[in-house]
Write a protein that binds this ligand. Sequence first.
Ligand code: ASP
Length: 604
Amino acid sequence: MCGALRASDAGKKAVLMGWINRRRDHGNLLFVDLRDRTGVSQVVVNAERAAIHEKASALRNEYVIAVIGTVKLRDANTVNKNMATGEVELVAEELRILNESKLPPFLPSDTALTNEETRLKYRYIDLRRDVMQFNIEMRHKVAKAIRDYLSGQGFFEIETPFMTRSTPEGARDYLVPSRVQPGTFYALPQSPQLFKQILMISGFDRYFQIVRCFRDEDLRADRQPEFTQIDLEMSYPQAERVWEVVEGFLTAAFAAAGFAIKPPFPRMDYDEAIRLYGIDKPDLRLPAFTDVRDCFSPENLQQLALNANLPVVAIRIPKVGELSRAERDSIKPLFTSKGGAKVFEDFKRIEKNFPEAAAKISAKAAAEPGDLIVIVAGSAQTGEQTALPTHRKVTPQELAIYASAGLLRLALAQKYADRHGIFKKTGDAAKDYRFLWVTNFPMFEWDESEKSWMAAHHPFTSPHEEDMPKLEAGVESLHDPLSPLSAVRALAYDVVLNGTELGSGSIRIHRQDVQSRIFRALGMTEEEAKARFGFFLEALEYGTPPHGGIALGLDRIVMILAGAESLREVIPFPKTARAVDLMVDAPTPVGEKQLRELGIQVKK
Ligand code: ASP
C-alpha cells in the first residue's frame, strides 16, 4: 500500500501498485510519486538499471503501474516531514505499466480546484483526490458506526421498497411508469414512513435503515433529489427513549470521526425556541434574545411608536466593535420585516434619547463594550393581539416579530463572523457541536394560500393526549386560521446541531379513529383518505402497538464531520442544482419504442 511504507520497512522488499501522482526526471534518477487509496510513496528509478529506467521515462501522470523494489531510508536532507512515508523511498527493481492514461482534464494532485462542473463530469478523476477519498472514507466509517451501534441495541436493518405509492412528506414524487399496467405509476419513496410503521404492526419492534429517499423539490444549495436518511422506528417508546437511541448513535458516529460529544442533549419547547431565538432550529453558540420590553417606560414605547403588547427583543452579537456610519447603515437591508416588525440598529441613538432604557437594556443583555445591540419590536400600527383559544405561549403576531428578529440575528452573526469568532472550531467537541432537541411542535400549520391547515410534520404524528379536545373542536372550523387546531401540539421533535436541523421524528398515531380525525382536520373526506391511505388505515385496525421514531440526514451529518462546504462533497455521485448527473448525463429523453411500451406520449 502506497501510504504504508515506514522507516521500519527499510531493507525489506515491497510491491506497490497505484497511479502516478507526479514524476520528476533528474537525468540519472527518476522520481515517481505513486498514489493509491492509502497515500503516496516515492519510487526511485536509477539509470543504472537501464531497462526499467527507459520504461520509466515513458510514464505520465495517472498511468497505473506496479513496482517491485527495496525500501530504503532517504538521505537526511531529502526526508519529507509532510509525508507519512517521507522517511523512505522504494528503489525500483522491476516495473510494469498496467495501464496508460489520457491527459486528464485536471489532476488529482492539483492544489487549485477546477470548476465544479468539470469535477462532476469527470467525477472518477475528482474522487481520486485525497480530500474526496477522505470524505468517502469518513462516510463509510460514520455509517458503519451507526449500523454497529443500532445493531448492538437490538435494531434490525430491514429494507423497504423503492417502487411504491406516494407517501406525503410534503414534496413532489418521482414517478416510475408501469409497463405491465399502462397508465399507472409507482412513486419513489419520499421516506419509508408508512413501511416502517407497518413493520411495527408486523412485530419487528426495532427497525432501522440507512436508506435512500427521493423528493422532487426545487433544489437549494444544500438539497439533493436523492439523499440518505438514517431512518428508525420502535414500538412502545416514550419520546425520551427515541432521543436516547439517537444520542447513542450520534455519539458513536462523532467518535468515529474523532470527536467526543457528550449526551444527553439539552431540550427546548418549540415555543421557547421561538421566544428566545425566533427560529425552530436555534444555534446555541450565539446569545439568545433578551426580552427588553420592560426596560422601556410606557411613554418611551409610545415615543418610539411601538406596540406595548408585542415583544421587544434585543439581539446581541458579541465583539463586533465600533461600527462606522456606513457599517451601521448596512444592517437595515439585512432585516426582513414580518407582521409590522421594526428594527432599531443604531443603539447609540437609543442611548442618547432614552439613556435610562439603554442602560437597563445593556445590563439585562449582559452586553460587554464592543458588543452589537440591535432592537426588534412590533410597530404601534400593528393591530391588536388576537386572543387565541389556546394555551400556546406564542401568538401569530408575536411569532412574526420573533421570526423577523431571528433571521436578523443569524444574518448579523454571519456578517460579523470574523469579529466574534464564535463559528471557529476550538477543538473542544462539546463547544464546537451544540446539539439540541426541539420538542412539542404545533401539529398544524396554517396555509394562507390554500386557506387550510397542513400537517406541520406529517399526518401520522400523534397529537398531545391533552390536546385531543381541541382537535375534536377544531374539525368544525377547518378554514379558520384561529381554529382550535392552531393550539394542538404534536408529540414531534427535531434534533438540531449548530442551527441546522439534522432530523425530525415523532410518536405516531396508533389508533385508527385518531388517524381518521387527523385526515379530516387536513381537509380530506373519508373517501379521499380511504383512496390514499386505505391500506394503512386498515392495517391500524389489526392490533397496532404504540410506536415512534425519527429520521436523520446522513449526508448532512457526514458533511459536518468532514468539515465540507456542500453535500456534493460527501456524496460520491451527486446531482447539480438542476438535478442533473453530469457524469452519466441524466436525465435524458428515451426512445419512441420505450415510451410506446409504457403507454406514454411526451408533449413537445
Ligand atoms: N419520515 C419522516 C421524514 O422523513 C421522519 C419520521 O417521522 O420518522 O421526515
